[in-house]
Design a protein around this ligand. Structure first.
Ligand code: PMP
Length: 398
């Protein structure tokens, strides 16, 4: 009997497990629509020009690699604050936002989770039904009892907004509500600004704690448009947490660049919150890595590079929209009779296709087209070379 003899084999991560299966598939025309990664029209992971220029600039002045401060690079944290709340905004100007660099958006969520758990040990936490696979696991690991609020209406193919409001209205005061700021993962359905206003009102009236996950800022309608929901919460006078990820918007997946921002009531409160966030970081991994944060700080703080980033991000956004249109047209041309127009109503990287698990398994097994069992497909992995095969394959299974 060893110490670990009773350890059970954990289930494979559903999405990363799909990747392994994809890698082992010998078919040349296989297509991976499983993982949430943006590929260009050649099927390649882009290395943005703005990132290359920032790296060159950093290399011209090689820096020794000391430890970063616990909360990360100050120029990075300030750039995140400006991006999330607006540089000239009252919260930033008055110093009532506490921002820390984090290891990806996942890291931002986990720092926020650990901080909130300590602050309100008994609070429940709600995620959307459905939500990003890792939300439930991450908040459960942090000790929360995780419930859901209604979100997706499978029959109507869209948002179950009345259900969402009803769920929030039924939540106990102090419940943490995890909201997708834009480009909802996995469904691709976002709230309209008017619907957000209603959600903000309920969150305020019920005394709920809003935690916004912003993993796709700039992939929906634009950087400012996608961040507009934050302004609504600020205008309502609410405290909130925002996690940021630059994995997608900078195509820096492996550098693990993200942040957590906490909007507080005052500068003094923000200083106290920051001190607690630092304890969470210090006791988990001490301080963040340098390279990714340094790149993003250079780009966001240099007007020319920032303009280039916005341009390159815009190109990614437009290409995804184009692929949505091509998918709708291609499915029709391939003989799919049902109206697939909902695909262009969805936004961001993903489409909830409405396909059943059986259909998704057939797509994978017979055609080498990989999406998740739930029917989620990454539209950002479609390109002019693989879309024909994808459309014909879907047409064969529906
Ligand atoms: N939140 C959502 C909704 C996501 O889709 C993702 C990435 N798939 C993350 C957070 C995590 O982002 P990161 O890879 O930067 O940790």
């Amino acid at each position: 009997m060893s110490l670990f003899s009773a350890v059970e084999m954990a289930p494979r991560d559903p999405i990363l497990g799909l990747n392994e299966q994809f890698a082992a598939d010998p078919r040349p025309n296989k297509v991976n629509l499983g993982v949430g990664v943006y590929y260009d029209d050649e099927g390649k992971l882009p290395l943005l020009q703005c990132v290359q220029l920032a790296e060159r600039a950093l290399m011209e002045k090689p820096a020794a690699r000391g430890y970063l401060p616990i909360d990360g690079i100050a120029a990075y944290d300030n750039a995140v604050k400006a991006l999330v709340f607006g540089a000239a905004s009252e919260p930033v100007q008055s110093g009532r936002v506490a921002t820390v660099q984090a290891i990806g958006g996942t890291g931002g969520l986990k720092i926020g989770a650990d901080f909130l758990k300590k602050l309100q040990p008994g609070a429940q936490l709600l995620i959307s039904d459905p939500s990003w696979e890792n939300h439930r696991a991450l908040f459960t690991q942090a000790g929360f009892e995780v419930g859901t609020y209604a979100y997706y209406d499978a029959a109507q193919r869209g948002l179950n907004f009345a259900g969402m409001l009803a769920s929030l209205e039924a939540a106990a005061p102090g419940t943490v509500v995890l909201l997708h700021a834009c480009c909802h993962n996995p469904t691709g359905y976002d709230l309209t600004p008017a619907q957000w206003a209603q959600v903000v009102a309920v969150v305020k009236a019920r005394g709920l704690t809003p935690f916004l996950d912003m993993a796709y800022q700039g992939f929906g309608h634009g950087i400012v448009e996608d961040g507009a929901v934050i302004q609504q919460f600020v205008a309502a006078g609410l405290d909130l947490l925002v996690s940021t990820s630059f994995s997608k918007s900078f195509s820096l997946y492996g550098e693990r660049v993200g942040a957590l921002s906490v909007l507080c009531a005052s500068k003094d409160e923000a200083a106290r919150v920051l001190s607690q966030l630092k304890i969470v970081i210090r006791t988990n991994y001490s301080n963040p890595p340098t390279h990714g944060g340094a790149i993003v700080a250079v780009v966001l703080n240099d007007p020319k590079l920032r303009e280039l980033w916005e341009h390159e991000l815009g190109e990614m956004r437009v290409r995804i929209k184009h692929m949505r249109q091509q998918l709708v047209a291609g499915l029709k041309a391939a003989g799919v009779a049902q109206d697939m127009g909902f695909i262009t109503e969805q936004i961001g990287m993903f489409s909830y296709s409405g396909l059943s698990k059986e259909q998704m398994l057939r797509l994978r097994g017979e055609f080498g087209v990989y999406g998740t069992d739930t029917g989620r497909m990454c539209v950002a992995a479609l390109n002019s070379h693989n879309i024909g095969h994808v459309c014909r394959s879907i047409a064969a299974v529906v």
